[in-house]
Design a protein around this ligand. Sequence first.
Ligand SMILES: [Zn+2]
Length: 311
Amino acid sequence: MNKLPLTKPSNLILLEEILLRLPRKHLNYGIIESEFLKVRAGYLGEKSIPYYLNILDLSNANIFHGLRLPAPNNYFQIDVLIEFDKFLLLIEVKNIKGLIKLGQHPDQMTQTINSHTKPFDDPLSQAKIQSYHLTNFLLKHKVPQKPIHTIAVFSHKEVILDLDIENPNYIRSIQLPNFITNLKNDYVSSHLLPSNEISKILLSSHSPKQYNLSNYNLTKEDLQTGVICTKCDTLPMKRINRKWSCPKCNYQSRSAHENSLKSYKILINNKISNKEAQKFLHINSTTSYKILNRYTQSKIGANRGRYYLLP
Ligand SMILES: [Zn+2]
């Protein structure tokens, strides 16, 4: 049973919006773009996992994607956690391509693409740290303990694993169904259902991280304003005869501002004043008044202090 389905991470949603509005010549553009590529690769890797899980009948197991739980000084995040009746399976997903080597130096892996080699953290060691935090978390909440099995799954189709150390807990995603079937046989099963207790405490403690521009050292002044063309991402569209018109692809729309108000909510705030909307959408006060009254359903404050709550 899928207790916590995989959703698009909020930092990925934010980074997508930032890149649509951050000028290419901005000092941080390169850093933001590589962060975006990294976060997107991670998400694509995790997205590929449910396909392999669905091959098995896991109706008697509880599946959690992207759990983020409190640890003593911070939070820890688990890519995929599956609760079986006798054990927990903790999966760290790594979506990178190339030749992956784990040499004699424990805890450090290298990735080689086009004869360029760089080190990265061993995902199984990362999974073990999360397993340590999870054990403490479950102890603290006094729920029945179960053994935690940790594995690292490489999800990229163009990955070659070259591991000096014999360790069956590094696998490719295609091996996942077989791996789980064998693992279930290793843990003597009593065919009991997973306890509701663990599931309940995990879900009530799940605290997804909220991101905003300051996480990327940006302010709203760094971003370009205007309505973005929903066909070709050009900005700003021009307002002509109550329609939005794209100067590049000539696409015309009556509702393109709605997407830009959604961006405003993700990037800046979940409420907007008439004045802020004028500046952000490049429109006059009367148009702004009409657009906001039609698009939003509730407002707070009065006169100059009025804010429209973005849906
Ligand atoms: Zn366009």
